[in-house]
Design a protein. Structure first.
Length: 289
């Protein structure tokens, strides 16, 4: 049996306070005893949107609550409608200004979103399933190497107007058309990373999985390693090992600060949710003397 173990690291953009962090993440490692599957979600709120911090928190907490939505077009349509209705039901009864009220009613809020669940961890067909709108990305690592990433963006696929989940009911159609779904096989020892756009773009650039690499030529949009020599492979694999080994917020913050200072990572809120798949320990050990 496989067990999921998750941890989340985050850092606000340089010049902001932790309270101004406009990403959000939520995780539930599941409960095999009652058949609850592990679920994970990461969202990145649009800075210009109305109360983006509340909207991203609303999305991720709703996704991991209980059984969560089915990761199908119909299941996610129903969930989108539900979170939109809940957003309105929990809206302020009074607004600070007329402009604020106008923004709430005419524009609403907006966020990129990536949701993932793990199934079959107690059998031979363990897998991850994911749904995405926008440029928050899942990376699947096995044996220290990148197997795939989802959505299959290249380094030029990160823009100022990504797809995302809107609070406006009239946006439901475009949301469903932009929705991406994927799945992959899981094994003991695998690691999943869910990363918001600035961090995901840096990872794709550094590893070459997004069509280019600082360490050598890469494959375009495949999510797999290109052959760039053993030294290149060691550098790429070392990056995943470094991220897998992070055990403190300060370590994550130092990595981000170094990459920002070097001009390799855009100054934006960053979030990394890491899920490690490990073998379940036996409930009891019986010793015969």
């Amino acid at each position: 049996m496989i067990v999921a173990r998750s941890v989340c690291f985050a850092l606000e953009k340089l010049g902001s306070t932790p309270q101004e962090w406009e990403d959000a993440a939520a995780c539930h490692d599941g409960d095999p005893a009652v058949g609850v599957a592990p679920r994970y979600a990461v969202a990145d709120g649009a800075t210009e949107a109305y109360d983006a911090i509340r909207w991203v928190d609303h999305l991720v907490t709703s996704f991991v609550a209980g059984a969560g939505p089915a990761l199908t077009s119909d299941g996610l349509r129903a969930w989108f409608e539900y979170v939109q209705q809940l957003w309105v039901a929990e809206s302020p009864t009074r607004f600070a200004t007329v402009i604020e009220e106008h923004k709430f009613r005419s524009e609403g809020s907006f966020a990129t979103f990536l949701g993932c669940r793990l199934t079959g961890l107690d059998g031979p067909r363990a897998r991850w399933e994911a749904a995405a709108l926008g440029d928050t990305v899942l990376f699947h690592i096995r044996g220290g190497r990148l197997l795939t990433h989802f959505p299959h963006l290249d380094v030029d696929g990160f823009g100022l107007s990504p797809d995302g989940v809107s609070t406006r009911p009239e946006a439901l159609g475009p949301m469903l058309r932009g929705l991406a779904l994927a799945h992959g096989e899981l094994r003991v020892g695998d690691v999943l990373f869910l990363a918001t756009d600035a961090l995901a773009h840096w990872l794709l650039t550094e590893t070459g999985a997004g069509g280019t690499s600082r360490h050598g030529s890469g494959t375009h949009g495949t999510g797999r390693h290109a052959t760039g020599g053993q030294g290149t492979d060691r550098k790429r694999d070392g990056l995943w090992a470094d991220l897998t080994g992070i055990d403190h917020d300060a370590t994550f913050a130092a990595i981000v600060a170094d990459q920002r200072a070097a001009g390799r990572m855009r100054n934006d809120d960053v979030t990394l949710l890491r899920v490690q798949l490990v073998a379940a320990e036996p409930d009891a050990l019986v010793v015969c003397l």
